[in-house]
Design a protein around this ligand. Sequence first.
Ligand SMILES: *Cc1c(COP(=O)(O)O)cnc(C)c1O
Length: 371
Amino acid sequence: MVAPRVYEALSQPLVGHLDPYFFELSEQVRSLLGHVYSTKNEFNIAVSGTGSSGMEAAVANFAEPGVKFALLTNGFFGDRIGEMARRQGAGVARLAKNWGEPFDPQEAREFIRRERPRVVAFVQAETSTGMFNDARPISEAAHEVDALVIADCVTSLGGMPVRVDENGIDIAYSCTQKGLSCPPGLSPMTVSPRALERLRARKSTVQSWYLDLLLLEGYYFGHKYHHTASATMLYALREGLALIAEEGVENGWERHRRNHLAFVSGIEAMGLRMHVAEGHRLWTLNTPCVPEGVDDARVRQYLLQERGMEIAGGFGPLAGKVFRIGLMGHGSTAENVLMVLEALESALKQQGYKPAGDSRAAAEKSLGATV
Ligand SMILES: *Cc1c(COP(=O)(O)O)cnc(C)c1O
């Protein structure tokens, strides 16, 4: 959901991509990104392109052809990183789990120590499954073998504790359209000094000209033309980030946690199960299992057509098995939790599902208990 103030920001008068005000704007975004990513890094930019452009920038700049690239994957977006690394000519070593199954920290550490890669990548918030992957064991082992850590924070930034510095993440990227309450169009990235040093020492040129981070450094920090970035999208991003800073980054996480817990209470009261084990769930994206005998496509169609509500279905190995329900950014409100629970319950009843208990009462109780 796009925040009203972001819609307003989108209508501000345009300035050119080399205007002094454009660089004031990108400087404000740089500083706000450092705050929201919880990092002292100075290299914080918004790459022109959606979340996948940040993923591609991370991979193209740090996975030189021929290097060992260790990937920990338990979902669709993890696999996408692996495919990008393969196309860059990196040697990809995979530690793969079923979609929505957590990594065993010890197994993750042993995998990295054994492979001794130059780069380790994982997805912090796996949107295909609703799972949060803990950075700590991964980054600790990666730093032991002097590898850089790439973290996909697309569905965690703005909604969950990303904590780039504390978690030892070297390269993080996200997008504007999930936890930041903006339209799609930019990929906010942060890069550690250690990673930049590695990049400056790189022998081969980065295969992607458009996503070459040192060329982008020349643009955003050296004010030299590289491409025509959109001031409009930067207005939106600045506003989305300012909203988070005004609420307080940690207060925002707490709001997401509280609404997620209330949603889960309602779902379980209804008699549905969550796909991801407790303690590993995203607060931004919820994945209740589709109950036996219910057609998930019909549920989604009912919600969209009768209630004007869009939820997503599962795909890949989770096709037809889970719903994916986003409660992120501007959309994470107690009101939305109660509204979607009620609508989902109606949709399920239409197909003969009998709710076990009172989902609204359970959600309200949870909201009251976690104020
Ligand atoms: C959405 C998403 C992406 C891709 O972002 P786009 O904006 O669709 O390019 C990458 N990783 C994760 C975890 C995502 O949820």
